[in-house]
Design a protein around this ligand. Structure first.
Ligand SMILES: [Zn+2]
Length: 67
């Protein structure tokens, strides 16, 4: 499974595994990073391929918005 290009401009929310605070960015932003720094708790949140596939699947059309 790959990351669908048509979701590049969809706003996605990824929850920090440490503090559960959601970070909202575009699909393109999540696609281009390998990790991000969570401002609320200071954790470095890794965004590997598995995490990206799960995030994109969550925001695919037809799925309920988790936010
Ligand atoms: Zn956090």
């Amino acid at each position: 499974m790959s990351l669908p290009v048509h979701l590049n401009h969809v706003m996605m929310t990824h929850r920090c595994p440490q503090c559960r605070v959601g970070l909202a960015r575009s699909g393109l932003w999540f696609r281009s990073i390998r990790a991000y720094h969570c401002a609320p708790c200071g954790a470095v949140v890794p965004m590997g391929y598995v995490e990206k596939v799960a995030l994109f699947a969550l925001h695919a059309p037809g799925k309920k918005n988790p936010a």
